[in-house]
Ligand binder design. Structure first.
Ligand code: IPT
Length: 985
């Protein structure tokens, strides 16, 4: 019988959920090579009995082979499908279409009764998407759903001595798919391990272990609740515990006089051994108390601030298949970027990931595998989260989540799921958790009124909303009335998602962090999201690229919306991740005057003794002197001062900077010795003025010394370099945040009408920019005047059928330093929108793109008006192609403000800071901003026509509007007059 339209979670033959334990009971892995056959539809639909493939003697010789664990769509069978909110099948719950890819998996294995003599043998599945029916030796064992959850069956009575045939039919779609509408690829298959688990008679079926520590006294308790045989012995050698309980009546809390705390920064774990005569289970237990007091969330007595990311399990080749080295690498990369919290969006991860989180130190919000987001589009009509028909499935999911992962110190909060509206099933899930584990608060963002959750959680609120919730209460609380609003405001406040890291961005990370500093009620949040979900694919010509929605021909998909991570699909950290690391510095430095700096310890647990302060002084980016000074010993929350020696510095005609770096003295478990956690900078001396020096050359035809101009005033050659331009430019290839309109814009907002928020009816910036033709300026040279030692070209640039534009003066002068270009741009006419950028584009020979570029300016990564915390002034070097970031889709990238000097092969450029005019930013790209616009993937860009140097007085900020607020007014680029000066040396 088919279970496809059954909203219940699975057969009664499933065993009660339990923890994923490390036991000495026998285990036999069934991972490996399986026979596999994919059908377009469920072949068992019309059959009453088990389908023929399940029989012992079924002939699987003509089948394909597939590794378990894997997703068949990533193994050459069918393809992945991406949707965000929408269901890729009709909203007809609990039914799914007949065209339902169905994967038959079959494996023959040896088993002998001595595997677990006298005991039982369980068959365990750790993750199968979405519905599996299991036959052993021709007998149906049961069926189950809950893709990212564990399932076990007792198969002892169905095993035979010798060869056994296990058959698993997996359906891509089932009623359960309605509960799994997370923003990720739909990736069916047996994607986590399958095993036989020996259960010795009188063994330990389950253990629930919690370590509590009284933050005031340092005393603790160990709470061990075994299920299974007796007597049970608990041993913790480090704590001198060796306790035996004859039966359940003797089980008691074990008091401890003193125990070290487990926190994300001090992940102290104790080895705990729980055993019966027949089985020993080993756990690593941490002691900490998570509690809510008033509107504060505390861990071990101190405020728990989430500086976290939403993490999906995603790998460009394996999908959601676990790989320990890969995950360890991810977690270490997080720690190296000052990330100490993870929300397991939006499902339980592989259980081993939680062991790594215990060990490396993360505050984890563990989320149940539940999302019914698509019902949002029908006003939540028929939402399973509120329908009694789905009650069992919802409760089953939360039980399996909590039972599997209950023993982890890192798990500090349970989350009921994501974006499932609200309803009675969610409330019941919360009630069940409270009964089972009252040691961790409950989170669910969709409980707007706070009826059944313990913290107030919001996603993508504006700065104004956060400030209002935490302080001045100038705005109504999101979607609820005053009474519920008051209730919510009395709770700790968490941003379960904020700062949508899609493409180039997010902007304003520092502005959110300032709120966390300002309001004790605000307990931080989780950036959306850790990593892009692109799948490694090849184009027809063999070019490798990372696929997103639609690249597999899915008729319904959500395109590039899953390329929204701080880390690119191939694991490259984006500049957004660097920005986050700077904003989340655990120790901050603030200049107080002269040589004196304020140091603040913002950590939860750690002092400052493992850190030291490295300082250096650079002249024009070249190291003059450096040293190390000790940091004051500061407890968490404390601040002190440090003096940096600045004596005996020579006088020099240079720009001089002091750079401070707080570094780990020894290697942390997730990084190298000298790892930098925080940086600060201060100019000690401005660049000396650089007035033009009279040159000697005069015009000779179109040549002025080594410069050649055309009749219209454009530069054709400088020394040996062919050049074209400059051309005024206002366009940048839109980022996703420019292009999408997740929330309102400030561009046209009337603060009085929008409570200081953006205007939600305003189209995305790039829509406004395109309407006004900023991508297609037409230029008209107004005049070209040759002077003795230069020329002045005036250009008017406007788009077709528009009355506004910019007027640019390019003033060239050959002087003793080289060829000086002073650019002056002024807007005219009725401008009513921001500009993406304001600058000029210069064409260079394409061959220069193969050179390395060295520059003195800001770096090392790109930075923008609202994402500039990580950038610092120095001398940097890179390959031209590494200046830009390979975001999921081509877009604006590589802008570096504050250029002082640039060397690229024979090109030597200096920028002059002439007071009010400021320094330009630069960008080098094989493609123009226009060529980058509207292109789906990098390999679809047209052939390069050269190398383009952009010099910009300014660029518009980034914001987070792909799913969140737009660029804040203070980072917006409104039309204004700008100018800058560069010298071609
Ligand atoms: C929010 C989802 O919770 C998350 O899963 C992801 O889809 C994110 O959006 C966008 O990338 S929900 C949105 C309607 C705010």
């Amino acid at each position: 019988m088919t279970h496809l339209g059954d909203p219940t979670p699975g057969s009664d033959t499933r065993l009660p959920p339990r923890a994923w334990l490390r036991s000495d009971a026998p285990v036999q892995s069934l991972d490996g090579d399986w026979a596999f056959l994919l059908h377009d539809a469920d072949p068992g639909d019309d059959l009453d009995g088990p389908p023929p493939f399940a029989a012992v003697d079924a002939d699987a010789s003509g089948w394909d082979r597939i590794p378990v664990p894997s997703h068949w769509g990533l193994r050459g069978h069918g393809h992945p499908t991406y949707t965000n909110i929408r269901y890729p099948f009709p909203l007809d719950p609990p039914h799914v279409p007949d065209a339902n890819p169905t994967g038959d998996h079959r494996r023959v294995f040896e088993w002998h009764p001595d595997f677990c003599a006298g005991g039982r043998t369980l068959l365990r599945f750790e993750g199968v998407e979405s519905l599996a029916t299991v036959w052993l030796n021709g007998t149906e064992i049961g069926w189950f759903t809950g893709s990212r959850l564990m399932t076990e069956f007792d198969v002892t009575d169905h095993l035979v001595d010798g060869e056994n045939v296990l058959a698993v039919r997996v359906h891509q779609w089932s009623a359960a798919s309605y509960l799994e509408d997370q923003d990720q690829w739909w990736l069916p298959g047996i994607f986590r391990s399958v095993s036989l688990q020996g259960r010795p008679a009188n063994g330990l079926d389950d253990v629930f272990v919690r370590g509590d520590r009284d933050p005031a006294t340092g005393a603790g308790t160990l709470d061990v609740r075994p299920r299974g045989g007796w007597p049970v012995t608990v041993r913790v050698p480090e704590l001198g515990i060796d306790e035996t309980w004859a039966d359940a009546t003797e089980v008691a809390m074990l008091p401890l006089d003193a125990v070290d705390a487990w926190t994300a920064e001090t992940p102290r774990l104790y080895d705990v051994e729980v055993s019966t005569e027949a089985e020993t289970v080993r756990l690593r237990v941490g002691f900490r108390r998570i509690e809510i007091i008033g509107d504060r969330l505390l861990a071990d007595g101190r405020p728990l601030i989430f500086r976290g990311v939403n993490r999906h399990e995603t790998d460009p080749d394996r999908g959601r298949v676990f790989d320990e080295d890969y995950v360890r690498g991810e977690l270490a990369l997080m720690r190296r970027h000052n990330i100490t919290a993870i929300r397991t969006a939006h499902q339980p991860p592989h259980p081993r990931m939680l062991e790594l989180a215990d060990e490396l130190g993360f505050w984890v919000v563990l989320e149940c595998d539940l999302e019914t987001h698509g019902f949002w589009d029908v006003e939540w009509t028929g939402n399973p989260a509120d329908d009694p028909a789905w009650r069992d499935a919802c409760l089953d999911r939360v039980r399996r989540t909590v039972e599997r992962d209950k023993n982890h110190a890192s798990v500090v909060m349970w989350s009921l799921g994501n974006e499932s509206g609200t309803g009675r099933n969610l409330a019941e899930m919360a009630g069940w958790i409270r009964e089972r584990d009252d040691s961790r608060p409950i989170h669910y963002e969709g409980d707007y009124g706070g009826a059944y959750t313990d913290v107030y959680s919001r996603m993508y609120p504006t700065i104004e909303e956060v400030a209002s919730v935490c302080g001045e209460q100038t705005m109504p609380v999101h979607e609820i009335g005053p009474a519920e609003g008051a209730r919510q405001r009395a709770k700790p406040f968490v941003l379960c998602e904020f700062a949508h890291a899609m493409g180039n961005g997010p902007g304003s990370l520092a502005d959110y962090e300032a709120l966390v500093e300002q309001y004790p009620r605000l307990h931080g949040g989780f950036v959306w999201e850790w990593r892009d979900h692109g799948i490694r694919t090849r184009a027809a010509d063999g070019t490798e690229f990372f696929a997103y929605g639609g690249d597999f021909g899915e008729p319904v998909h959500d395109g590039v919306y899953l390329m929204d991570g701080l880390v690119l699909s191939d694991g490259t950290p984006s500049p957004g991740l660097g920005e986050l690391a700077a904003v989340w510095a655990p120790v901050t430095l603030e200049h107080l005057g002269e040589r004196s700096w304020r140091v603040r310890n913002r950590q939860h647990t750690l002092g400052t003794d493992h850190l030291e302060l490295h300082w250096r002084i650079e002249d024009d980016g070249i190291r003059l002197t450096d040293g190390i000074v000790a940091l004051p010993a500061l407890a968490p929350g404390e601040e002190g001062t440090v003096e940096v020696p600045l004596d005996g510095l020579p006088d020099a005609a240079t720009e001089r900077w002091l750079t401070l770096e707080v570094r780990w003295r020894d290697a942390p478990p997730w990084g190298d010795a000298g790892h930098i956690v925080s940086r600060a900078q201060r100019p000690l001396r401005a660049a000396p003025p650089c007035p033009p020096r009279r040159g000697r050359a005069t015009w000779d035809g179109d040549a002025l010394g080594e410069a050649v101009f055309d009749r219209r005033g454009g530069l054709l050659r400088w020394r040996d370099l062919d050049i074209s331009g400059p051309l005024p430019e206002l366009w940048r290839a839109p980022t996703e945040n420019d292009q999408l309109d997740g929330q309102g814009s400030y561009e046209t907002a009337d603060p009085a009408l929008t409570h200081g928020r953006g205007d939600e009816s305003t189209p995305a910036s790039s829509v406004r920019w395109l309407e006004r033709g900023l991508d297609r300026l037409q230029h008209r040279v107004l005049s070209v005047e040759r002077t003795d030692d230069g020329l002045v070209q005036r250009v008017r640039s406007m788009a077709a059928h528009s009355a506004q534009g910019i007027e640019t003066t390019f003033a060239w002068r050959l002087d003793g330093d080289g060829l000086r270009l002073h650019t002056d741009i002024r807007p005219f006419g009725p401008w009513d929108c921001t500009w993406p950028r304001v600058g000029a584009r210069i064409g260079l020979p394409g061959a220069l793109a193969d050179e390395r570029v060295e520059w003195f300016g800001t770096g090392p990564a790109e930075s923008y008006a609202d994402s500039g915390e990580a950038a610092y002034v120095g001398r940097f070097e890179a390959a031209v192609d590494d200046l830009g970031v390979a975001y999921g889709r081509p877009q604006e990238t590589g802008h570096r403000p504050g250029l002082r000097a640039l060397d690229l092969g024979p090109l030597h450029l200096r920028a002059i800071d002439a007071g009010a005019t400021g320094l330009p930013g630069f960008q080098l790209d094989r493609h123009t901003a226009q060529e980058r616009t509207g292109v789906g993937h990098a390999h679809e860009l047209p052939p390069s026509r050269g190398l383009w140097l952009y010099l910009d007085a300014a660029q518009h900020g980034l914001g987070s509007r792909a799913c969140g607020p737009d660029v804040l007014p203070r980072y917006a680029l409104w039309p204004r007059a700008v100018s800058w000066t560069v010298v071609f040396g």
